[in-house]
Ligand binder design. Structure first.
Ligand code: PMV
Length: 306
C-alpha cells in the first residue's frame, strides 16, 4: 500500500506562497493507494469514497479534467509502456484545507513506483508531486507536498529544506470541517491580487505572520501552550483581514474558544474548509469536540508527531 499524509497548517498559510515560512504537521489521515491486479491498457485511478474514475486515455474524463491531467503528469514520469490500475482510499475531505490533493499525488506516485519495483527518494517524490499539484493550484508553495511526502511536524519555506520541529510536549488539536469546500487556487489568487494592489500593507501582514510562525516554533519547543494558542488566534485575525474566513468558520472558532480551546484559526486556504483549535487536556478536547458536533460539524482529532 502506498501512502501520502494529509496535513494541518498551524501557522503561515498563504504568506508561505510569498516566500515566508509556514509550520505544519502531518495527520494520520491521508491517501492510500493500492494496485488492482490485472493488466489494463491504460493507467486508471479509482477513488473512494468519492466514487471517481479517471484514466490516461485520449478521451476527456468529463468533469474530472484536472484529475485526469494530474494522472497523466504522474504517468508521464515513467518512460515505459507498462500500465496499471490504481485504487485510492481517501481519508480526508477534499477542498477542506487538509492537503487532500497533495496526499493523493504522493500516494499515486509511490504506487506507480511500487508497481515497477522502484523506490524513489523523498526528494524525487516531492518534486514530482509538485508537478501533480500545479495542475490543481497553479502556484503551490509546496508545503502540502512536503508534509504529504515526509510526515511529522516541520517548518517549511519555499525552495528550502524542511526544518523539523520537535515539540516539548505532544500537541492536541481539534480540526473541524465547516461543511463547505473552497478552491485553493481561487483563495491564493485573491491574496495575490491584494498583495499586487497594496504591496506594502499586505507585505507587512506577511511579515507579521512570519514572526508568528517563528514564535510558534519557539512556543512548541518550550511547551508554552498558552502562547501557542494566542499565536494561533493572532494568525487567524491576520488571515481574516485578508478575507479568508467565513461566518461558519467564525462561529466554529468562537464555539471552540468558549468550550475551552487555547486558540483557534482557519487552516489551509480558507474561504470554507477547516478550522483548527488547540486544547490542553483530554477533557477540553472532548468539550471542544462535543460543542462543534452540536453545531453539526465533522470533527477530527489530531495529535502531533503523526
Ligand atoms: O487548503 P490547502 O490544503 O490546499 O492548503 C493550501 C495552503 C496555501 O498556503 C493556502 C497554499 C500553498 O500552496 O501553500
Amino acid at each position: 500500500m502506498a501512502y501520502g499524509h494529509g496535513k494541518v497548517i498551524l501557522f503561515g498559510e498563504h504568506s508561505v506562497v510569498h516566500g515566508r515560512p509556514a509550520l505544519a504537521l502531518a495527520v494520520e489521515r491521508g491517501a492510500e493507494v493500492t494496485l488492482v491486479p490485472g493488466q489494463p491498457s491504460l493507467t486508471t485511478l479509482h477513488i473512494e469514497p468519492w466514487g471517481v474514475d479517471v484514466d490516461t486515455g485520449g478521451d476527456v474524463n468529463v468533469g474530472r479534467e484536472p484529475l485526469q491531467q494530474a494522472l497523466k503528469v504522474a504517468r508521464g514520469f515513467y518512460q515505459d509502456d507498462r500500465e496499471f490500475a490504481l485504487h485510492a482510499t481517501m481519508r480526508l475531505p477534499s477542498g477542506a484545507g487538509m492537503g487532500s490533493s497533495a496526499a493523493l499525488g504522493v500516494a499515486v506516485l509511490r504506487a506507480l513506483d511500487d508497481a515497477r519495483g522502484l523506490v524513489s527518494s523523498g526528494e524525487l517524490i516531492y518534486e514530482r508531486s509538485l508537478a501533480w499539484e500545479r495542475v490543481f493550484h497553479g502556484n503551490p508553495s509546496g508545503v502540502d507536498n512536503a508534509m504529504a511526502t515526509y510526515g511529522g511536524m516541520a517548518m517549511f519555506t519555499k525552495g528550502q529544506p524542511l526544518t523539523r520541529v520537535v515539540p516539548r510536549h505532544p500537541v492536541s488539536l481539534v480540526v473541524a470541517y465547516s461543511g463547505s469546500s473552497s478552491s485553493t487556487k481561487i483563495m491564493v489568487d485573491s491574496v495575490a491580487r491584494q498583495f499586487e494592489k497594496e504591496p506594502e500593507r499586505v507585505g507587512k501582514v506577511f511579515d507579521a505572520i512570519a514572526a508568528i510562525v517563528n514564535n510558534g516554533k519557539l512556543a512548541l519547543e518550550t511547551g508554552d501552550l498558552t502562547s501557542l494558542g494566542q499565536l494561533m488566534t493572532m494568525n487567524h485575525k491576520l488571515l481574516s483581514g485578508m478575507m479568508l474566513s467565513t461566518d461558519p468558520l467564525e462561529e466554529m472558532i468562537e464555539t471552540a474558544m468558549a468550550a475551552g480551546a487555547l486558540g483557534a484559526k482557519v487552516t489551509g486556504a480558507g474561504g470554507g474548509g477547516c478550522m483548527v483549535a488547540l486544547v490542553d487536556s483530554p477533557e477540553h478536547q472532548s468539550a471542544v469536540k462535543a460543542a462543534l458536533v452540536k453545531l453539526g460539524k465533522t470533527v477530527y482529532d489530531v495529535e502531533s508527531g503523526s
